[in-house]
Design a protein around this ligand. Structure first.
Ligand SMILES: [Zn+2]
Length: 496
């Protein structure tokens, strides 16, 4: 019985296999061997280059250049919100430092930026338990009347929860977005929570709300509020919007809980903001280069943004990125063999308030120049350390990423994937098919200080900066040394 079954089974399998083999090919198809020519073999990097990259890593781990630059920027310039005198001082500082560091082709193409004046903001609970809370206006917020705006609040978790409320639920009221940001190593918690800040005010206004207060989009439990830009939708009235610190948001949440047990009839607050918009003004991208040798026409771009929010000196956001980019290029400049491609540092104007510099850069450069960008990297998530090396490069160039990661594996850097976005300021280049290398900075504690009064030099760790520079420098150097030409990636206008 058993044997018989097995024999039948074997016969069945054989016949299925035979019939599969006998299937005629689908019309128009060919065998794989004829269809595609074999892909070009993955590129290789010369042994000499990999060997001298080890020296680069060690030099970066010893160098204090990034920290010195950051100390200088935060001390001599300080806050540098786009459109303020601090912003222009930062442009002048960058020119001076690039000159001192003997960069070439230093230039500052003009970028027009908005000019928003923060003024003052206050937030007082009037009932049921009166008290003042720590607040900051959201970037771009309109002001309130002089005497402030008094209204009851309606608490929701996020934008979808607001949209799910019954018609009229927030008319004449102040919406309190209370969703908490999750702490993550890759910073993804920020992207999820930030919608309340960017879209929340206009969604609330379109439903008849008169103001917005949000729980800070940050992970600090200290009594500091977190600012950042909102984005008014043209179809809704502009209503004032502020953030309160996380402990204050906890307190407000407890007051709202009194409504459920009937201990309070409403939670009413007074919101006062004196912010206003002034006409746009001039700022600039700052560009400086380390000229290449035989492939000097091709560019490896290392970027960061020069502007910061105004409540502090922007040591982590993005002073650290500025320092990492400048120190990376300077260390690579000293390499032997010399970088074949030109290393170009771009310090972008006004990332925080609308990516002005990133958007004007490709247009200023022109299509032919954008096509000469072989690779781009960006540092905009604090001082590090780098925990993963990801990229978005043509398949054949993956060995650049793989070799770079092997060289920094001992520094705790994992190998990532080939689907990185690279960062906000690289968006316009990425959408034009420029390959990116993406060292991922550890963001676990970054959002404790980001966009707050605590974003100071005291929060920066020298050894983190050194490790980050080591990884950026290795990736930049290998990108500058590999044979070309580097093909473009498929153009994706919708790419992040
Ligand atoms: Zn930033």
């Amino acid at each position: 019985m058993r044997m018989a079954l097995r024999a039948v089974w074997a016969a069945l399998v054989a016949s299925v296999a035979l019939s599969a083999m006998a299937q005629p090919a689908a019309p128009g198809s060919t065998t794989p061997a004829e269809a595609v020519p074999p892909p070009p073999p993955p590129i290789t990097l010369p042994r000499e280059v990999l060997q001298s990259a080890i020296g680069l890593r060690e030099e970066a781990l010893r160098s204090n250049l990034a920290y010195q630059l950051l100390e200088s920027l935060t001390t001599e310039v300080g806050p540098r919100l786009a459109g303020t005198p601090g912003d222009l001082a930062a442009v002048a500082w960058s020119r001076r430092k690039f000159t001192e560091l003997e960069f070439s082709n230093i230039r500052t193409p003009e970028v027009i930026v908005p000019q928003w004046v923060r003024g003052e903001a206050s937030f007082d609970v009037l009932a049921p338990f009166p008290q003042r809370m720590v607040t900051l206006a959201l970037g771009g917020s309109v002001g309130t009347p002089d005497e402030g705006l008094i209204a009851p609040i309606v608490m929701v978790r996020d934008v979808p929860a607001l949209q799910a409320l019954p018609e009229g639920a927030v008319r004449g009221k102040i919406v309190f977005f209370n969703g908490r940001m999750q702490r993550t190593r890759d910073g993804s918690g920020y992207g999820k929570a930030v919608r309340s800040r960017t879209e929340g005010p206009s969604v609330a206004a379109s439903l008849g709300a008169v103001g917005v207060v949000i729980r800070s989009i940050g992970t600090s439990n200290n009594r500091i509020a977190h600012t950042g830009t909102l984005s008014y939708n043209i179809s809704a009235p502009r209503i004032p919007a502020v953030a309160i610190s996380n402990p204050d948001a906890d307190n407000l949440e407890r007051q709202v809980a009194q409504l459920k047990n009937g201990a309070a009839r409403e939670v009413s607050v007074r919101l006062r903001v004196t912010a206003r918009d002034l006409p746009q003004v001039r700022s600039a991208n700052v560009i400086a280069e380390i000229p290449g040798t035989d492939l000097a026409q091709e560019i490896v771009l290392v970027g960061a943004h020069l502007d910061s929010w105004d409540p502090s000196v922007g040591a982590q956001d993005d002073g650290a990125g500025v320092a990492i980019a400048m120190a990376t290029a300077k260390l690579v400049a000293n390499m032997n063999p010399k970088p074949r491609r030109t290393i170009r540092v771009v310090l972008f104007a006004n990332e925080e308030f609308g990516l002005s510099g990133a958007n004007s850069y490709p247009a200023d450069e022109g299509d032919a120049s954008v096509d000469r960008h072989a690779f781009a990297l960006e540092a905009d998530l604090g001082d590090g350390p780098v925990w993963k090396l990801s990229a978005r490069v043509p398949e054949r160039y993956w060995p650049v990423v793989d070799n770079a990661q092997k060289l920094v594996k001992s520094l705790g850097v994992e190998l990532g994937d080939n689907e990185a976005s690279g960062g906000a300021d690289l968006g316009p280049l990425r959408r034009r098919g420029v390959p990116v290398l993406a060292p991922q900075l550890d963001a676990t504690t970054y959002f404790d200080v980001h966009h707050t009064v605590n974003d100071t030099l005291a929060q920066v760790d020298t050894s983190h900066l050194q490790q980050s520079v080591a990884v950026f420098a290795i990736a930049t150097y290998l990108a500058a040394m590999v044979d070309g030409p580097i093909p473009r990636l498929p153009i994706d206008p919708a790419a992040r």
